[in-house]
Design a protein around this ligand. Sequence first.
Ligand SMILES: [Cu+2]
Length: 446
Amino acid sequence: MHVNRARRVRRQTAAALSAAVVLGGTALAAGPASAAAPGTTPAAPAAAADCSAAYKIEQTLSGGTTWRMCWHYETAAGLVLDKISYQPKGEAAPIPVLTTAKLAQIHVPYDDGSVEYDDLTGAGFGQGLMPMNAAECPGGTIKTVKVPEAWNPDMANVKGLCVTTKARGHAYRMSEYQENGGVKIHQAQGKDLLVYAVNQVGWYEYITEWRFQDDGTIQANVGATGSLSPGDYDAGDGRGWPIGKGARDYATSHSHNVFWRLNFGLDGSPKAKIEQYDSKISPPARGGSAPTNKTTRTSVTKELAANAQTMRWWRVVSTAGKNKDGHARSYEIVPGPQAKYSGRPFTKNDLYFTNYKKCEQFASNNIPNCGAGGGKSVDKWVNGQTLTHPIVWVNMGFHHVARDEDQQPMPVHWQGFSLAPRDVTAMNPLTPADMADQNGQPRQGS
Ligand SMILES: [Cu+2]
């Protein structure tokens, strides 16, 4: 037997109540679960970000880079980051990067075909915001989040958003050989700003994490932890994995297909261009000593459902700003490791580029009404429109075949992608002052 929706909600509510008790809140027993009926989630995404002090995040990292953003919390989408800007040292003003960045769905189909969930819009993801204690936000601050339309009044205000920093290891290392025969080691240890929240859905707890690196890179990750659903221990070979003694207790395999929605605002403009790059390797030419590789650019001018391929990549290019080398600023989309699930039209592609439409907010089981024939999933929104204000949808699937180590608790498994700055600054934003003259012309060692 699989855990049905009602039971998942009950479990979630029970956990939320016990968490409230831990925090000293008053637990109410009455009916939040009854408010959990599908379709009751409010439709409209929140209006313009409230960026009063409580909703502002600003962090200068050790390399001199400052990230700024606003955050808000939506009933279905959970944590939403707005007006994200990046200001490395040497830039006079913040460089706007993203207008809005958020999760757009976590789709969880089970391998035996018994059930599939849309965790954001159909299973109460946003309602499951979990309180954190100081230990799980090391060195940071935990902000209080107001959960709109909270099913459980005791969980309407949750200390649930961690803002902290973390060492990343080497940002760079370089040996510089001096004329006197010595070696000067240039090295820097990188630092990231981390913003994360934990949402419980059924037996799972999802960590939604955003990392903002001092070198301009943004990473979006979702980590799944908590517990395997005990109601799903009935699969056989090929659909599950035995996690109890011997050939018993087969946990049903399933996928977590996580979608993100990115609304770029590079240099303050929603009008960006999308480019796809592909490389083709050919055998050595006659007389040549090695294979050749030619990289070509394709302008993506119309809505597109795109797929990763070896040596293929995409970037979102600013139409409003250039770096000090005169190159258009851009961010490259770097998918992480993934297992794409081909079972539904909206999971069949790794990326979707759609033209902005306010009602298009969730990759599947979309809540706002896009009108007759408007469609409920992102695949339907790729229908030939010219991209004047592109929205980027990233789909990263993880096929979870359980293992003995998954109990108990289940170790976090991560999936996500990066956005890498490409020509946002004229040089490495962490270049030390004594190498600032090496733009396009590195000094030769002696
Ligand atoms: Cu899983």
